[in-house]
Design a protein around this ligand. Structure first.
Ligand code: PSU
Ligand code: MN
Length: 308
């Protein structure tokens, strides 16, 4: 027997659903575990504004007191950004959190699940989780990858986070049948850097092309989504040669401190923020905003008549 899902839409999202306006899902782990206060709040607001300015409606997703919220009002967003107790929810623990009335931020995987439930086909984030370096011994592979294989949402990112093992991440995505699309260039971007040194399996140059490929997967009956790698704007990029040694330093520190499981990615991001003197955060903010703009354009295409 199934029970009703506790689901609430913000007023802005409800209106968009009624009129058929294009919606863009946004995640909340980047707010609670990816950026420090108060930049997390100003960024979350700026990202929502980018979506609006591009002609779509933002739906920031989180679990608050046991209810999935699709779209947060300003007070809810501020409370989440300020609080320290929100869990980091993925596929494995989102149902348990809702069942016990808990509060949690959604990762890429959990946001895809909620977006799909709300029939929102496009989602903007910073960087997806993937295969961690040393995964051959730690087995640390983000649930984001398996989600992309089974949930039909197109995720706009700036590529896999450069803290990961990007070649292995690409291999797993290929095995799982996930289309990996570089936007406007041949090379897969690597989060803070426009280059990763690796060719992307697919390249697309317009939102319409990405939207049409999304529809074609549905037409084929394929279950998963698509991963778009949208390179960070040039003026905000940190070149790979510059960030690479700092990533190595942060990884060594994580190992020395025995950081594991869900704490790995938040630890590395905040440690790299310190090592770059804040520059990695400035870049992170620029790339999420850039992804929000592209996601809105894809959402507009997908909300159209269906013929591009
Ligand atoms: N993008 C960012 N910052 C983040 C994340 C994405 O710019 O903090 C989050 C996403 O929620 C993603 C998560 O799902 O990092 C990956 O965590 P893990 O490696 O533990 O699966
Ligand atoms: Mn992990």
């Amino acid at each position: 027997m199934s029970i009703p899902l506790p689901l609430r839409f913000s007023r802005e999202v409800s209106e968009a659903r009624q009129t058929g306006a294009p919606l863009v899902a946004l995640e909340s782990t980047i707010i609670t575990h990816g950026m420090p206060w108060p930049d997390n709040l100003t960024t979350a607001r700026a990202v929502e504004d980018e979506v609006r300015a591009s002609g779509a409606v933002p739906a920031t997703i989180a679990v608050l007191d046991g209810v999935i919220h699709i779209g947060l009002d300003p007070d809810q967003l501020e409370k989440l950004a300020q609080g320290k107790d929100a869990a980091k929810l993925s596929r494995a623990d989102i149902a348990a959190c809702i069942a016990r009335g808990g509060t949690g931020a959604t990762t890429v995987a959990a946001t895809m699940i909620c977006a799909n439930t709300a029939r929102i086909p496009v989602f903007a984030t910073g960087g997806i989780g993937g295969v961690h370096r040393g995964a051959e011994t730690s087995f640390d592979i983000s649930a984001d990858l398996h989600e992309l294989a089974q949930t039909p949402v197109t995720v706009v990112s700036a590529g896999p986070k450069a803290i990961l093992d990007i070649p292995k991440t690409l291999e797993v995505l290929e095995t799982l049948g996930v289309p990996v699309i570089a936007y406007g260039q041949n090379e897969l971007p690597a989060f803070w850097s426009r280059k990763s040194g690796l060719q992307a399996p697919l390249r697309m140059d317009s939102p319409a092309e990405i939207a049409q490929a999304h529809r074609m997967r549905a037409a084929l009956g394929l279950p998963g989504g698509q991963l778009v790698g949208n390179p960070v704007p040039r003026d905000a990029e940190i070149p790979l040669e510059q960030i690479a040694p700092l990533i190595d330093q942060a990884l060594a520190e994580a190992e020395a401190r025995n950081i594991g499981q869900k704490l790995v990615t938040p630890f590395l991001l905040s440690h790299i923020l310190g090592l770059t003197g804040g520059r990695s955060l400035t870049t992170n903010i620029a790339l999420v905003r850039n992804n929000a703009r592209l996601a809105a354009k894809i959402a507009i295409e997908l909300a159209g008549s269906g013929s591009t």
